[in-house]
Design a protein around this ligand. Structure first.
Ligand SMILES: Cc1cc2nc3c(=O)[nH]c(=O)nc-3n(C[C@H](O)[C@H](O)[C@H](O)COP(=O)(O)OP(=O)(O)OC[C@H]3O[C@@H](n4cnc5c(N)ncnc54)[C@H](O)[C@@H]3O)c2cc1C
Length: 467
């Protein structure tokens, strides 16, 4: 027997590496197996981090071209150096993935490079990156194998011209004409990047709205803003295929409700139609684990797949978000150590890192209506917020929903510059079961964008003061 662990984690993304850190902190003998050759998973390598590096840089590029003069800043001719923009993104990824490796050492976690397969209760076989095979013995197995991009029939991904998120963060040139399939979070973020860098972007979406999951009013406002920024939306359209020509691509689509086929030409196509759990070759069946028809690993409410087998992150139910995976991972380590571990998915915030940002937590208006819950709402536009006006960044609003009888906050929905940070005030309030009045009566510094949250909370009881 080579090794006996308390916990062996398969997958080194946010779910896996945070589980490993917490397990290490709790004194559990822990190993983490990652097949990618580098820790950090989708998030650090091809997801959250590189996309944010490009969003940040492209936002500054756009601002330097269009907004700086109005602030009295002369920059001369602003030019794009795409190679350098990609290099600074790669630098951010490298630094952070190395940071995770350091955290494994710090918490005495064994990091094994290779493919992990469950061989039975308490047994994980590793097909090592160095060609060596070994079997690890362990009291607990944590599955944290994450997800992979979904695609559509008749679309052949080559990650050069027809790309998923992986290729979309590494295009070598700015495509003149870019088509995005999918108006979800990932699609709109990547579309914003390439639009700012000069692409003519068309977003094709099957549904008749963008950002499914977001509050409908917020999604509508965001789409209005993105349209003004130059993104063209073709909603309610079903893509039936993409044909590769010598230099161009042809995208075929038809109305989702039936109708005539249309053909669009493009230089690149980004397929951003969602993600699906990744469990290939995992050996789930060896411990009686099951997946549903979407490939999601079935667990109890507390992450259990079978006796001594747990699963976290994108490969189980709940929002496919890095911070949700992180919380799942920490909770499972605590459960294994005999502590309480729980994650309330209703309080997992969602953020779209476009400009302006979009953020929400809790229930949308449609969800409350559907559940028959009576609610009141307060809304405050950034147009009336002094800091937003000073910064010439007045797009969007904050909306707070509270129970009509108890005033307990049920949800918050925001679109505006910096709302991705501001949402956490509401997360904390909701975690403590706060009423909208608690936020409304909390002193907020002036002049800050967060004052819009306070004014929206005041609006729930109809006493917004600054409008
Ligand atoms: C473009 C893009 C942008 C995103 N932006 C954000 C964002 O801003 N904020 C946010 O919260 N989320 C974002 N996400 C989602 C986020 O990346 C995921 O929710 C998160 O990475 C899930 O973490 P995870 O640990 O469950 O899985 P993953 O990060 O997918 O990690 C799983 C790891 O397991 C490894 N693995 C799989 N099977 C095996 C095996 N058998 N043996 C060994 N290793 C294995 C994989 O190689 C992978 O590295 C984004 C995603 C994309 C694609």
């Amino acid at each position: 027997m080579a090794d006996t662990y308390d916990v062996v984690i398969i997958g080194g993304g946010p779910g896996g590496y945070n589980c490993a850190i917490r397990a290490g902190q709790l004194g559990l003998k822990t190993a983490i197996i990652e097949k990618r050759g580098v820790l950090g998973g989708t998030c650090l390598n091809v997801g959250c981090i590189p996309s944010k590096a490009l969003l940040h840089a492209s936002e500054l590029f756009e601002a330097a071209k269009t907004n700086f003069e109005g602030l009295g800043i002369k920059t001369g001719k602003v030019d794009l150096d795409l190679k350098q923009m990609m290099a600074q993104k790669d630098e951010a990824v490298k630094g952070l993935t190395q940071g995770v490796e350091f955290l494994m050492k710090k918490n005495k976690v064994d990091y094994i490079k290779g493919f992990g397969k469950i061989a039975g209760k308490g047994k994980v076989e590793v097909d090592g990156a160095d060609g060596k095979k070994q079997t690890l013995e362990t009291k607990n197995i944590v599955i944290a194998t994450g997800s992979e991009p979904a695609s559509l029939p008749n679309i052949e991904i080559d990650e050069e011209r027809v790309v998923t998120n992986t290729g979309a963060i590494a295009l070598k040139d700015v495509p003149k004409k870019l088509i995005l399939i999918g108006a979800g979070v990932i699609g709109l973020e990547l579309g914003s990047v390439w639009s700012r860098l000069g692409s003519d972007v068309t977003v094709v979406e099957f549904l008749d709205r963008s950002l499914p999951g977001a509050d409908a009013e917020v999604a509508k406002e965001a789409q209005r803003i993105f349209k003004k920024q130059g993104l063209d939306f073709r909603l309610g359209m079903k893509v039936t295929g993409v044909e590769k020509m010598k230099s161009k691509l042809k995208l075929f689509m038809e109305p989702a409700k039936g109708g005539d086929e249309e053909v669009l030409e493009a230089d690149a196509v980004i397929v951003a139609v969602g993600r699906r759990p990744f469990t290939e070759g995992l050996g789930l069946e060896a411990v009686g684990g099951k997946t549903d028809k979407r490939g999601v690993i079935e667990t109890t409410d507390h992450f259990k797949v079978a006796d001594g087998v747990w699963a976290v992150g994108d490969c189980i139910h709940g929002p496919m978000l890095a911070h949700k995976a992180e919380d799942d991972g920490a909770a499972v380590a605590e459960l294994i150590a005999g502590k309480a571990g729980h994650v309330d998915y209703n309080l997992v915030p969602s953020v779209v890192y476009t400009n302006p940002e979009i953020a929400w937590v809790g229930k949308t208006e449609d969800q409350l209506k559907e559940a028959g819950i009576e609610y009141k709402k307060g809304k405050f536009p950034f147009q009336a917020n002094s800091r937003a006006r000073t910064n010439h960044e007045t797009l969007g609003f904050v909306k707070i929903l509270a129970d009509a009888k108890t005033d307990r906050i049920l949800g918050a929905h925001m679109v505006g510059v910096g709302v991705g940070e501001m949402i956490h005030e509401i997360c904390v309030a909701m975690e403590f079961g706060a009423a909208s009045e608690d936020v409304a009566r909390t002193c907020h510094a002036h002049p800050t964008l967060s004052e819009a949250v306070r004014q929206a909370a005041m609006g729930v009881e109809g006493w917004t003061m600054q409008m």
